[in-house]
Write a protein of this length. Structure first.
Lengths: 128, 273
């Protein structure tokens, strides 16, 4: 059994740490492990989206800055603030669709609290 | 770095982060994980035996590992990199002397007992996966379409004098030229995709299992390469050399740019058992 083989999955000794492509690491460490429920529910968002956006981010942040592009500030996968906005937008759109489908039921109903579902998981510890 | 005795961790200040699960303590030695930094702000990385299994764990401050904190962490690429690399480093070290099943980033339990219980509950799955990945490693293979050659500059011919109307048929010629460029581009892409398919088919022959990952596409501001295959293979240790030879041969034969990464701890082959 060669220890070397497994060990090199990490930063290859010849190149030193930090040289393994971050994108390669991310697509492996984020959601490819065995599925086992933890006590503390961490919502890592859309993994595929996150890795793709990060990859673009890492590669192109300078280029993008020069071009005046700042999509990551409003991108749900990269900004928690934007993520909230996106959820609110989505909720609003869903409510609009619902009202369009059921126009007779309630014309001017108050939307009420939204996005409660994600945070009320019973497994979540709730430490602040 | 704070070293906290395992016994006195107060449940409201420390939680147990699990990196990987290995066979008994003989397969993974304390020496393999001592000195590893692990998660930023955590105590020493240590082994947590549980029956015939051993988890590689770390006590981390509960307040730093809530969903909320992770959400803000995920909006900072440098932070993600830091935590992902830290996780990867520990997982790789855990697999130094035997198979290790990596758990996904941010797998957390309230305390050691809870982690142990989770291991016990899933023990048969862990054993099955450990058996499957023993003496195997994961290898990533990426195939790129070569960088687009610069298109031949179109000669601008609008007649002799500046104000004259273009010669008859100039518009049609232009359209034909554009169509030709488009067709060539599509042909190149189709060729690259078929190379990708045959590379994958040949590599599957030496692999115990394979998975296709999402391709990365073209990187804006990158070198213009287009990623056409992102696959990963579970390969027995005694065939890893064969894999390397095959990849080199495929590169020469097809002219495609093929990138081989690994060996990795078999992250991509522990989830579906």
């Amino acid at each position: 059994m060669t220890d070397l083989d497994f060990r090199q999955g990490g930063p290859p000794p010849a190149n030193g740490p930090g040289t393994t492509n971050l994108a390669d690491i991310l697509e492996r460490v984020l959601d490819k492990g065995i599925v086992i429920a933890g006590d503390i529910k961490i919502d890592l968002l859309d993994i595929e989206l996150l890795t793709i956006r990060l990859r673009l981010f890492v590669a192109s942040v300078d280029t993008a800055k020069k071009a005046g592009i700042d999509w990551w500030e409003t991108d749900p996968a990269l900004s928690s603030r934007a993520s909230r906005n996106a959820l609110e937008d989505e909720n609003r759109r869903l409510r609009e669709r619902l009202q369009a489908l059921e126009p007779a039921t309630d014309e001017d109903r108050d939307p009420g609290p939204d996005r409660s579902a994600r945070r009320t998981d019973s497994k979540e510890t709730g430490q602040r | 770095m704070t070293h906290r005795a395992h016994r006195d961790q107060a449940p409201d200040t420390g939680v147990t982060y699990v990196f990987a699960v290995c066979r008994g303590t003989r397969a993974t030695r304390t020496a393999d994980v001592t000195g590893l930094v692990g998660m930023p702000g955590g105590a020493a990385v240590r082994l947590l035996p549980s029956g015939p299994l051993t988890a590689v764990v770390q006590t981390v401050p509960a307040a730093d590992f809530t969903d909320e904190v992770w959400q803000s962490r995920l909006s900072d690429p440098r932070e993600i990199e830091r935590y992902a690399r830290a996780h990867h480093e520990v997982v790789s070290a855990a697999a130094a002397h035997g198979p290790a099943v990596p758990l996904p980033l941010a797998t957390l339990y309230h305390d050691d007992d809870r982690a142990r219980r989770a291991l016990d509950d899933e023990a048969h799955r862990f054993h099955r996966v450990l058996k499957r990945i023993a003496h195997h490693a994961e290898w990533g293979v990426k195939v790129y379409e070569p960088a687009t050659a610069p298109e031949v500059a179109e000669p601008v011919t609008v007649g002799g004098g500046g104000l004259e109307a273009p010669a008859a048929g100039a518009g049609l010629a232009y359209l034909n030229r554009r169509r030709g460029v488009q067709e060539r581009r599509e042909q190149r892409r189709e060729r690259a995709l078929s190379v990708a398919e045959s590379v994958d088919a040949e590599l599957r022959e030496v692999a115990a299992a394979s998975r296709r990952l999402r391709t990365h596409g073209a990187v804006p501001g990158g070198d213009g390469r287009v990623h056409v295959l992102n696959a990963t293979y579970l390969v027995a240790e005694h065939r890893s050399e064969e894999l390397g030879v095959l990849v080199r041969g495929l590169g020469e034969r097809t002219g495609a740019m093929i990138e081989l990464t690994g060996p990795w701890v078999p992250y991509s082959f522990v989830g579906e058992v």
